[in-house]
Design a binder for this molecule. Structure first.
Ligand code: MN
Length: 130
């Protein structure tokens, strides 16, 4: 099944880099540049995972992570926080906000692949067989 991944990232180059990699890995990609667009992406069929840049210009990306965790239907949605390497000490804040994991920039795509697989597997174990 082709997975739909929401990339919330304010930087165009990073958005393209992530988008290209996800598409090359057989994912359908939805993009958001800010919180408003991020929330709008949940108005229809929700994505299967979110890659969330924590620093969206002046906005705090974790606002979206907290909202996602407040929605019963999105309880197990994988949310991977993406952050500048220097901010990785903020890991606790990202996990507290509801992120499943933190990925530092520049992105190690092997690590990202492993994290995505791990959280898709965890999500699948919470859903009835279809
Ligand atoms: Mn950013």
């Amino acid at each position: 099944m082709r997975r739909r991944i929401l990339v919330v990232e304010d930087n165009l180059a990073n958005r393209e880099l992530l988008g290209d990699w996800l598409e090359a890995n057989d994912c359908e990609v939805l993009f958001a540049e800010n919180l408003k667009q991020g929330f709008a992406a949940f108005e229809g069929q929700p994505p299967d995972a979110v890659l969330l840049d924590v620093q969206l210009g002046s906005e705090d990306g974790l606002v979206l992570a907290r909202w996602i965790r407040e929605q019963p239907a999105l309880r197990y949605l994988p949310v991977l926080a993406v952050t500048a390497h220097a901010m990785i000490t903020d890991r606790e804040r990202m996990i507290q906000a509801g992120s499943n994991a933190c990925i530092s920039k520049p992105i190690d795509f092997k690590l990202l692949r492993e994290q995505m697989q791990q959280w898709f597997d965890a999500t699948a174990s919470h859903q009835p067989a279809r």
